[in-house]
Design a protein around this ligand. Structure first.
Ligand SMILES: [Zn+2]
Length: 650
């Protein structure tokens, strides 16, 4: 039967935007031209930006991120917060970075340059120029668009935090005036802080990059054109829809490798582009295999990788500060010139940064305000991927008999952690960078792994798939994640999330005491019994030795504020094992067993399901034994590895 025309038309109108506007609501369209001037370490830029007012109210001012101004002087908010160093890399005072907007006007309309004003919505620091606003002569009405033409110069700093140059290597990220997100009736456009990352709207990017011919160029999106210019330069045009940022890189010492990657279920077809610095060429295969693993793991676990390219950038030696950073369809990996196979730094960084393509790239959560939605979910995913491909007990380190898995590695940060900040908090308001990292990365990752072991892997897998499917190409919040988790699991999880997301405390259960006290035969005076003396045993009577009886006490304590149900395994001398459960709500509980055998050991969470437990060392006790000493060598290695990783942005 044919559908009647009005119904058919109504369907077309209703589905129209979804059918024809790409994968995301395309709020922005950037047409950028960038000309690299290598000797001056700068980029001459032109930007034509079309912005859609997707809100229900007229908008009379626009706000822009000018991220590079964080590197302009030592009084910017970024510099004050970081003290001029980021992950162990120091700023070079000979090479500041900045962005100058030379003019900004409405296409075929008013010049807005005179209305440009720097604002500081987060801290009022008048030396900070990382956010700019411009006033409009007439407001942009709801559902209408405005097109602006902007001319700017970006001076790249010597790289010490993500963007910049070292010699002829350039990592060009956060380099153009980027419009903020108009949300809930206001601009969401935070300053660049030392702990924060980014937030922007999805759209379409077409970018012309012009650089001297000797440079090998890589960039977000697909290369759609390439032409030689008369002045010895080349112009490369890249195009990508449904992304919210655009980054590029150049270096004459990159060696480019291209490889087609396909997967049948789900269907994935993309081109892997590896730009490996010639000094690290021996590690190319490690990068390539890690990227294949990442593509397979994330596509199968969360949803098919949808873009036509994925570019891995291996920063030049000396540019490690540019490494371990994500941009749409492009990320920077990291390595050092010589690295034993068992130190899985390039693998871990590759999988982690590729993974951001999902939790930062496609699921566009606000990294300023709820960084865990990206870093935490990504740490959880990374742990699972590393475990799958490199072995549960050795996924991070496997060298000279020392093995460290991804879970153990992340747990190291949580052990003995301070109780200053929760997982959900504005990123720039943590007490320290360490507290930010510990909460939004490790604690959040272990929190999700604990939830997985509580709900079961199958339920958790459905939650993650549903969350990705529902929120890709949108801007979810923590509330949205919790809602999906509760909906898919069919369980009220508020008891769990209310504690772990918003309270700065920790989860720590312990066997606080273990006792086996022999019960002596009854002696003394008991009411209701005769006081006659016991008959002497006749000579020759063999006294039947009564079996010794013990009062066994197992005391389980809650040292942290977070409450989580506990399993307890108690083992007796005769081999008997008893499993006990406890709701974990009181500060302590005691289990008593009167038996003709002694308790020898007890352990909370014997299967180590609750990886969020801050201290495993107190989880078990053996009768008569002091606390087992922590294996110092393994711990020492882990600290060393952590030190190595602390130089990576991740
Ligand atoms: Zn990360």
């Amino acid at each position: 039967m044919r559908k009647s025309t009005p119904v058919f038309l109504a369907i077309i109108i209703f589905l129209g935007p979804a059918l024809f506007a790409g994968l995301s609501r395309q709020i922005v369209t950037y047409d950028l031209k960038a000309r690299l001037v290598p000797d001056e370490k700068k980029i001459e830029g032109q930007e034509v930006l079309t912005w859609l007012n997707d809100s229900d109210m007229p908008v009379s001012e626009l706000q822009f991120h000018l991220y590079l101004n964080a590197f302009k002087n030592n009084r910017t908010t970024f510099m004050k917060e970081s003290g001029g160093s980021h992950r162990g890399f120091k700023l070079d005072k000979e090479n500041w970075g900045f962005i100058t907007v030379k003019n900004i006007r409405i296409q075929d309309g008013a010049d807005l340059t005179p209305s440009m004003t720097f604002i500081q919505p987060d801290d009022g620091n008048s030396d900070d120029q990382t956010v700019m606003k411009v006033g409009l002569p007439t407001p942009v009405k709801p559902r209408e668009k405005i097109t602006l033409v902007i001319e700017f110069t970006s001076k790249m700093p010597k790289v010490f935090a993500r963007s910049g140059f070292v010699g002829d290597f350039f990592m060009v990220g956060q380099w153009f005036p980027k419009i903020g997100v108009f949300q809930d009736g206001a601009w969401n456009c935070h300053q660049y802080h030392s702990t924060t990352e980014f937030f922007a709207d999805f759209g379409v990017f077409k970018v012309d990059i012009t650089a001297p011919e000797k440079f090998v160029v890589g960039a977000t999106g697909k290369r759609i054109a390439e032409k030689k210019n008369a002045d010895g330069t080349k112009t490369y045009t890249h195009y990508q829809e449904d992304v919210h940022d655009f980054a590029w890189t150049v270096c004459p010492d990159f060696i480019e490798f291209k490889e087609k990657y396909t997967l049948d279920d789900p269907r994935v077809e993309t081109e892997m582009i590896l730009l490996v610095h010639r000094a690290h060429i021996k590690q190319k295969d490690r990068y390539a295999q890690a990227l294949r693993n990442g593509l397979e793991f994330y596509s199968k676990s969360y949803g098919a990788y949808p873009y036509e390219t994925i570019t891995l950038v291996d920063p030049a030696p000396g540019a490690m500060a540019a490494g371990g950073m994500e941009y749409p369809t492009l990320f920077t990996a990291d390595t050092i010139t010589w690295l034993p196979k068992g130190v899985r730094l390039p693998e871990m960084v590759t999988i982690h940064e590729f993974g951001h393509g999902y939790w930062y790239g496609m699921v566009g959560s606000n990294e300023f305000e709820e960084a865990w939605l990206d870093e935490g979910i990504n740490t959880y995913s990374e742990i699972k991927a590393m475990t799958k491909y490199y072995g549960e007990d050795r996924s991070m380190l496997d060298i000279g008999g020392i093995k460290v898995g991804s879970v153990a590695y992340n747990r190291i940060s949580v052990i003995g952690s301070g109780r200053f900040d929760p997982i959900v908090k504005n990123s720039w308001q943590y007490i320290s960078r360490g507290s930010y990292a510990l909460n939004v990365y490790s604690k959040a990752g272990l929190m999700l792994l604990t939830l997985e072991r509580w709900l079961g892997e199958d339920v958790m897998s459905r939650i993650m798939k549903a969350y990705f499917e529902r929120w890709k190409f949108r801007h979810p919040t923590t509330k949205d994640f919790v809602q999906v988790a509760e909906e898919v699991s069919g369980t009220d999880l508020s008891w769990f999330f209310n504690q772990v997301l918003t309270s700065p405390d920790k989860l720590d259960y312990a066997i606080s005491n273990l006792k086996a006290v022999e019960i002596e035969e009854a002696e003394g005076i008991f009411d209701g019994q005769t006081n006659e003396p016991k008959k002497e045993a006749k000579a020759g009577d063999k006294p039947k030795p009564a079996p010794k009886m013990y009062r066994n006490e197992v005391t389980v304590a809650r040292y942290g504020e977070w409450i989580f149900p506990q399993d307890i395994l108690i083992v007796f001398e005769n081999g008997e094992k008893v499993r006990q459960t406890w709701d974990g709500k009181d500060r302590w509980t005691r289990f008593i067993y009167t038996k003709n055998t002694k308790v020898v050991s007890a352990e909370v969470d014997p299967e180590h399901k609750i990886v969020l437990d801050a201290n495993y060392a107190n989880n078990s006790r053996i009768l008569g034994l002091k606390r087992p000493a922590v294996v110092k060598v393994a711990l020492g290695f882990m600290k060393w590895f952590q030190g190595l990783l602390s130089f990576v942005s991740l």
